[in-house]
Design a protein around this ligand. Structure first.
Ligand SMILES: Nc1ncnc2c1ncn2[C@@H]1O[C@H](COP(=O)(O)OP(=O)(O)O)[C@@H](O)[C@H]1O
Ligand SMILES: [Mg+2]
Length: 474
């Protein structure tokens, strides 16, 4: 078999491409297996027919098949895409290359046509384009984020509804301008806009928080993410910018920080004051009453009856008053806290009050590190309030207090088996739970209350061991 026969055999058996010839008049002169597979025509059906049978009626009416051939003659070759019609009348999207064939004298001998069925590729492209279009619409209509694009030099090339809402510019006013108009004058003078693009281009992405300027000149606190956009070859095509207005968040955070500071300050002032009163009462009132008691005892021993009994009665009253004052001192500043630490102080308190209230109680000590004095007093005060709530509201039979060391901090859990109705909004005049939260948060910790009707209430809180643990404050 010579080369040409082998070549013809190859062409005839190709399945993926329709490869066929037309005579100079446009009639089909040869046909291969791929053309049969794609169009459904067997060679016998189509040989000798004009190629326009493969075109939709409207293209034939518009003279397109003949014109394609004319162009191929003029240019030597024509590539295009369009609808073609199968034998059964269905359509397919074809990629077609028509080559005009000339002999050595330059006379037209006919045409070679290579056809591929690219219907699926076209459908995929259309689907992609539609989804891109939908995505574009989504981005355009987003209100909460300013989303826009910059060209590689920093000129704005697209704009969305959120950007308009946040910055006050309509798309037609701002597109084409340089994005440095959003920066305060001092940032522009310092070269910040250009620097941000450089960093984003070098690192792919840059996040920044800072002041930006609206169209009307007012400032807002912005969170900004700039992303470098590169094509498949890695060439910089521009930047995507997403901006959020964080002014309210920032104000809220500042207000919260202020409040924490204030509460922390109040709580500390309260403790200082309590300690001062406790010392005063202990060092002055109690001492002088002890002295009075001793004199009364001395006096009673020298006096005849009935005066001795009367003075002895006075001494008993003084001793009772001293005991009450000692109780006051220890509530103002529990001495165990200073002398023996948190667990002792809480145990002594629980023993005392739960005993008085007829509550079964357990205090579990799983501490492996002693909290700072500040954290200890905070923990002690929260326990006091939580236990007084158990007494006043829970109708519980028992209460359990567990102290443990977790995550470099002190964790305390106070659980009762009572009616379990805490945690809701108790409304005006009820500050116990609020104060417990505030105390824990002012100490850079947290507190949570879980309560199920009939299942009891658990107050749990955690305080860092160091009052100002680094990294706790944002
Ligand atoms: N351990 C508890 N068991 C049941 N209810 C509780 C408990 N602790 C608190 N509560 C409920 O939560 C409400 C708010 O408590 P709190 O803020 O301390 O205010 P107060 O104790 O002054 O009422 C209480 O009135 C009570 O209804
Ligand atoms: Mg209370």
């Amino acid at each position: 078999m010579d080369d040409e026969s082998r070549f013809r055999l190859l062409v005839q058996s190709v399945q993926d491409y329709g490869i066929f010839m037309l005579d100079p008049g446009g009639r089909v002169a040869s046909w291969n297996a791929g053309a049969e597979r794609i169009t459904g025509y067997a060679a016998a059906d189509i040989l000798g027919q004009h190629c326009s049978v493969l075109h939709p009626a409207e293209d034939v009416a518009a003279g397109k098949p003949g014109r394609d051939l004319e162009i191929a003659v003029e240019q030597g070759c024509l590539e295009g895409e369009g609808w073609r019609v199968r034998k059964d009348g269905t359509r397919f999207w074809a990629n077609v290359v028509i080559t005009a064939l000339f002999d050595e004298q330059g006379r037209l001998q006919g045409f070679g046509e290579v056809t591929r069925d690219v219907t699926e590729r076209r459908a995929a492209e259309l689907a992609l384009r539609e989804s891109e279009e939908r995505f574009r619409l989504l981005v355009q209509s987003v209100q909460d984020y300013g989303i826009f694009m910059l060209d590689p030099e920093g000129h704005i090339s697209s704009w969305n509804a959120g950007a308009e809402r946040i910055k006050g510019y309509a798309a037609e006013e701002i597109i084409g301008q340089h994005f440095s108009v959003f920066y305060p004058a001092e940032d522009v003078a310092a070269g910040k806009p250009a620097w941000e693009l450089e960093v984003a281009a070098a690192e792919g992405r840059l996040e920044d928080e800072g002041w930006r300027v609206r169209k009307d000149g007012t400032r807002f606190w912005a969170n900004v993410v700039i992303t470098a956009l590169r094509d498949e070859q890695g060439r910089l095509q521009g930047f995507g910018k997403v901006t959020r207005d964080m002014t309210e968040r920032r104000n809220a955070e500042q207000a919260l920080r202020e409040r924490r500071r204030l509460v922390g300050h109040l709580v500390e002032a309260q403790e200082v004051e309590r300690r001062r009163i406790a010392w005063d009462v202990h060092d002055e009132s109690i001492q002088s009453m002890v002295a009075v008691g001793m004199r009364l005892q001395l006096l009673a021993s020298r006096l005849p009856e009935p005066h001795a009994s009367a003075v002895g009665g006075l001494d008993a009253s003084v001793q009772a008053a001293i005991a009450r004052l000692r109780g006051l001192v220890s509530r103002l500043r529990p001495p165990e806290l200073d002398r023996h630490g948190l667990v002792e102080a809480v145990s002594a308190y629980v023993d005392e009050v739960a005993g008085r209230w007829g509550l079964a109680h357990t205090v579990r000590d799983e501490l492996t590190a002693e909290p700072s004095p500040e954290a200890a007093i905070t923990a002690y005060r929260i326990c006091q309030e939580a236990l007084s709530n158990v007494h006043r509201h829970a109708r519980a039979n028992r209460v359990e207090v567990t102290l443990s060391t977790v995550d470099n901090g002190t964790m305390v859990r106070i659980s009762d088996d009572g009616v379990g109705t805490a945690g809701g909004d108790a409304g005006a005049g009820h500050f116990g739970l609020v104060e417990m939260h505030e105390r824990a948060e002012a100490a850079h910790g947290w507190l949570s209350v879980t309560s199920e009707p009939g299942q009891g209430t658990t107050v749990e809180f955690w305080l860092p061991i160091l009052p100002d643990a680094p990294g706790v404050e944002p």
